[in-house]
Write a protein that binds this ligand. Structure first.
Ligand code: PMV
Length: 301
């Protein structure tokens, strides 16, 4: 048995796929994985909280986990049971948390120890089943937690950020969320159609992430909130927001949030609002009306 955590993207999702840094934070929402040898030679995955029960090679989840197991050189079919607090497909890093938790459980089951970099690479092989061009950011968050700035690459660079002030976030799931692979491919397609405009947009993402790095580490929360609003606008510009995300983001701002944006791949899914002690309750109750589920988390210094 082993566990890993979900994440929120504070700044820079999608742009990170195109080589811009992003800022992510581990969430106290976990995936606990239990593994046992399969009795009939078939991979099986049970995740009651995701209403998922799948077996055999036609299942994408099975394909992802067997890609993980192959990359770990532990390819024998297993029965995997997942106890997940992270919602599936909502942009909170569920598939990466699943891959890291199952990878750790397999290594524990076989009594094998490998460096974190090798587990990261194996989890990336699993994520490629869901979308062809993952940045690796979700996996880094699932492995390490905390708040960090991430740059994709071989190897990726993850730089821990020490917050000057704790961040209180309301995370709200507005609906089921889009397919990360399709959303990432859609952004890549729009970049091909509008290369010059996209270069400007990516430069803007980069400057938002740079300013946010300074604001987070110096405790300028109002400024962090404004940068979240700008980041949401950039995500709308590259085509990954939706009407329901926009409604929730605007509702949170009107209820007093310091800032609000979609988080993760978009196309629906989750948004985050930055709140403080005076605005938290109003934002929570406003978001109740426009979302299915919400969590209030504090990211510590
Ligand atoms: O899988 P999600 O919804 O948490 O989003 C992943 C973040 C993206 O930047 C959209 C993709 C990536 O691989 O970084």
């Amino acid at each position: 048995m082993s566990r890993a955590f979900g994440k929120v993207l504070l700044f820079g999702e999608h742009a990170v796929v195109h080589g811009v840094p992003a800022i992510a934070a581990g969430l106290p929402l976990d995936v606990v994985a239990r593994v046992a040898p399969s009795s009939d030679g078939l991979w099986r995955v049970e995740a009651p909280s995701w209403r998922l029960s799948e077996q055999g090679a036609s299942s994408r989840v099975v394909q992802a986990l067997s890609a993980l197991a192959h990359a770990l050189h532990l390819p024998a079919p297993m029965t995997v049971t997942l106890d997940a607090a992270v919602p599936a497909g909502a942009g909170l890093g569920s598939s990466a948390a699943m891959a890291i938790a199952v990878g750790r459980a397999l290594l524990e089951f076989y009594g094998k120890a490998i460096p974190d970099e090798a587990l990261f690479d194996a989890a990336m092989a699993s994520e490629r089943v869901f979308h062809g061009n993952p940045s690796g950011l979700d996996h880094m968050a699932a492995m390490r937690g905390g708040v960090f700035r991430f740059l994709r690459g071989q190897p990726p660079v993850a730089e821990p950020l020490t917050l000057a002030t704790p961040l209180q976030l309301v995370v709200a799931q507005v609906d089921r969320g889009g397919d990360t692979g399709q959303l990432v491919a859609g952004v890549a397609q729009r970049r091909l159609t509008h290369p010059a405009t996209f270069d400007h947009l990516l430069a803007s993402f980069r400057s938002v992430v740079d300013d946010a790095t300074t604001a987070l580490t110096t405790g300028r929360l109002a400024y962090v909130g404004e940068l979240m609003n700008i980041n949401h606008g950039l995500l709308s510009a590259i085509g990954v927001s939706t009407a329901s995300l926009d409604v929730a983001v605007h509702a949170a701002r009107e209820a007093g949030a310091l800032g609000a944006k979609l988080t993760g791949a978009g196309g629906g899914g989750c948004m985050i609002a930055l709140v403080d002690a005076t605005t938290c309750q109003a934002v929570q109750s406003t978001l109740k009306a426009v979302s299915q589920k919400q969590w209030t988390v504090v990211l510590p210094c």
